[in-house]
Design a protein around this ligand. Sequence first.
Ligand SMILES: [Zn+2]
Length: 122
Amino acid sequence: MLTQKEFFEKAGAGELQAVRCSRCGALAIPPRAFCPECSERAWQPAPLSGDGTITSYTVIRVAPRGFAGEVPYAIAAVHMKEGVSLLGRVVDIPFDKLKVGLAVRFRPLTRNGQTAVGFGPR
Ligand SMILES: [Zn+2]
């Protein structure tokens, strides 16, 4: 059973790992306790390639608390090649180049020992 903590540790090492429900085949990322599709708790690890395409994005100009020094930045929902979607921060892509359908690749963002999901150019 992959925990969220392990998920972020692996992500920090550049490895994007989802879990696949062994009952219905649904993918989940980050991992969660129960399958959102069938409520089963029977996950198998499912490593992802890290490749995906942007399905929506938004530019954050007013930062949540603690992120004031970082605005503006973009957050994108990315449809991974394997069929699961993941939210992450966009890095190294100018805002005017952002568009739905743009190919991106997972990139770990580690700061103060905390890893977040990022996406950069493919
Ligand atoms: Zn399931």
